[in-house]
Ligand binder design. Structure first.
Ligand SMILES: NC(=O)c1ccc[n+]([C@@H]2O[C@H](COP(=O)([O-])OP(=O)(O)OC[C@H]3O[C@@H](n4cnc5c(N)ncnc54)[C@H](OP(=O)(O)O)[C@@H]3O)[C@@H](O)[C@H]2O)c1
Length: 251
């Protein structure tokens, strides 16, 4: 494989929300981005898709064989020097209300997939440098997450994993950051019976661009500086019950 390969960032969950904003910002700064998602046909995606630096990669992250094959193909084309593990899903409610499939999806997407992808890139990052950024959640800081037990546990696991990979990789020049955002205005809460106070001006939630700012800050640090964790919270904590929730009212 040629060492002349172009340098690029790989962003999972680049088709929506926080990941799309991270991909957009990276491209705006002239970086080549490979973005993984299943559906790049949302109208909001149009501008990013028109950017020649952005390469959409349709892949179901939960299909491990397909994912590993996709990674092999990407690495044959470019040299990935930053992996932003962002894709995630969340289901909320008292734990017994979650289906087995929802629990599996949370654990696999929010924890297993970042571990598998990290393993793919770790040897090269240890050899020639690279940055792992994990989009965890502010829930990872809590000792308990009632109404979000599985999600909170997966994100706590992801934070622990990020800390371990930092300790393992830092002596070889690997940079690792966990970003822990609080409520951010994306589609993540489509399965929840609550949402951030809908009035954005109230300062009760973050914009995806604010999480992307943190990622850009990390990637602009000079070699030799590691930012282990960034916690981002809105000024206010105001959660509103959705008027018509499929799950009823459980807050
Ligand atoms: N929004 C928040 O308040 C908040 C707070 C803290 C942490 N986070 C974390 O931020 C990350 C991004 O979430 P978001 O808020 O931006 O939510 P989002 O808008 O729902 O985006 C989720 C992304 O993950 C991708 N994805 C989900 N399942 C996938 C699969 N099986 N294969 C491939 N891609 C898949 C989605 O792509 P497709 O739809 O194309 O499949 C989408 O691009 C998540 O890890 C989330 O836990 C969010």
């Amino acid at each position: 494989m040629s060492e002349e390969r172009q340098r690029a960032a790989l962003v999972t969950g680049a088709s929506s929300g926080i990941g799309r904003e991270i991909a957009r910002r990276l491209c705006d700064e002239g970086r080549v981005v490979y973005g993984i998602g299943r559906n790049f046909e949302r109208p909001e995606e149009k501008e990013l898709l028109e950017n020649p630096l952005f390469h959409p990669v349709v892949c179901d992250l939960l299909d491990t064989a397909g994912l590993l094959d996709t990674v092999r193909r990407i690495r044959a084309e470019v040299k990935i020097t930053a992996l932003i593990s962002n894709a995630g899903s969340a289901y909320y409610g008292v734990h017994e209300m979650l289906t087995n499939e929802q629990i599996e999806e949370i654990v696999r997407l929010d924890l297993e997939v970042p571990m598998l992808l990290t393993k793919q890139f770790l040897p090269e990052f240890k050899k020639s440098g690279g940055t792992f950024i994990y989009i965890a959640s502010v829930t990872a800081q809590n000792l308990a997450n009632p109404h979000g037990a599985a999600y909170g546990a997966a994100k706590t696991g992801l934070l622990s994993f990020a800390r371990s990979i930092l300790e393992e990789g830092r002596k070889c020049g690997v940079q690792v950051t966990a970003v822990l955002p609080d409520m951010t205005r994306t589609d993540l809460y489509r399965n929840a019976d609550f949402e951030a106070e809908p009035d954005a001006a109230a300062g009760a939630s973050l914009a995806p661009s604010e999480v992307a700012d943190a990622v850009m800050y990390v990637l602009s640090r000079p070699a030799g500086v590691v930012v282990p964790e960034i916690v981002l919270q809105p000024q206010l904590r105001r959660i509103a019950k959705k008027p018509h929730s499929p799950y009823g009212s459980r807050l």
